[in-house]
Ligand binder design. Structure first.
Ligand code: HSE
Length: 313
């Protein structure tokens, strides 16, 4: 008997890793979104409820990333039944933590668990991307690590174009999310349409340096390469409150580097030990407190596992 209800968790993600715009990303241990899918005899996907979004996310299924991903899984599986979703948001939207991707991925994984013959994870990637595309277009830098876990490099949007990179064991990440919304569409609209050849060469070199540093587990080189982006951060910096102050404070407290997480405004500081991560978390809290901006700061590590079913019956 296939399951009639399934609940799935999908983690927050940090996209870009600074210089790797739209191609690199990593999954975090926490927080994340949960989606409960219930099987319905009627075809199609309906939305029962969204909890924890303060009423901000679209309730119309065709405009909701989770519903679009769920519908895409049902279509790919060729089944006649439908699903009703309840979304429990653990991630703030428009914050740079892959919130829209997490809802899409959790929905795809939950609905997949209702199938008589669930699809392998790699086959869920197109559905997750369909969902994420509603929010910010087709780029897998959040969706891939969210679905598969770890650190991923995407050189295309198909599963065989996603590769997993090794996770440096002493990598600690501090995330600070100021209480400011930066919709991804807005953060993409400010980007230059073309870059000079000199910048292209520098950006390519820094991505290559970053991949090399990740393979060697060299956190200082990794952080320097992440910060080597001269294209994306320069265009978006004005949308990120306290970016320069946060970088200075984080480094003074032991961080190796600091970059914008995804499209921001969350900032991600890189540390090589838990004590530094703790100190940097506190230092970043103080930066925003002094600027009278509410924030959420925490440190965490890369999640080896991506989205998963946490309950099915
Ligand atoms: N790579 C994306 C961006 C991440 O920076 O716009 C957000 O989806």
């Amino acid at each position: 008997m296939p399951f009639s209800t399934a609940e799935a968790f999908a983690p927050a993600t940090v996209a870009n890793l600074g210089v790797g715009f739209d191609i690199l990303g990593l999954a975090l241990d926490e927080p994340g979104d949960v989606v409960i899918a219930e099987r319905t005899e009627l075809p199609g996907v309906t939305l029962a409820n969204i909890e924890g979004d303060g009423g901000r996310l679209p309730r119309t299924p065709s405009k909701n990333t989770a519903c679009v991903a769920a519908q895409s899984v049902l279509r790919a599986a060729g089944v006649k039944h439908g699903a009703r979703l309840t979304i429990k948001k653990g991630l703030p939207s428009a914050s740079g933590l892959g919130s829209s991707a997490a809802s899409a991925v959790a929905a795809a994984v939950a609905v997949n668990a209702l199938l008589e013959n669930p699809l392998p994870k790699a086959d869920l990637l197109p559905a997750c991307l369909d969902g994420e595309a509603i929010a910010s277009g087709y780029h897998p830098d959040n969706v891939a690590p969210c679905l598969f876990g770890g650190i991923t490099l995407a050189f295309g949007i198909r599963a065989h174009q996603i590769v997993s990179l090794p996770i440096p064991s002493s990598l600690y990440l501090v995330l600070v999310t100021p209480d400011v919304e930066v919709p991804t569409a807005q953060a993409r609209a400010v980007l230059p349409a073309t870059v000079p050849l000199r910048q292209m060469v520098k950006q390519t070199a820094m991505v290559a340096r970053l991949i090399d540093a990740i393979y060697r587990g060299d956190i200082p080189a990794m952080s320097a390469a992440m910060e080597g982006d001269e294209v994306i951060e320069a265009a978006r910096a004005h949308l990120m409150p306290m970016l320069a102050e946060a970088r200075t404070a984080a480094k003074a407290s032991g961080a190796q580097g600091l970059v914008i997480s995804g499209a921001g405004p969350t900032l991600c500081a890189v540390c090589d030990n838990p004590e530094a991560a703790e100190d940097v978390t506190e230092a970043l809290r103080i930066v925003y407190a002094e600027a009278h901006i509410e924030c959420m700061a925490r440190w965490t590590q890369v999640a080896v596992d991506g989205a998963r079913v946490i309950r099915a019956q």
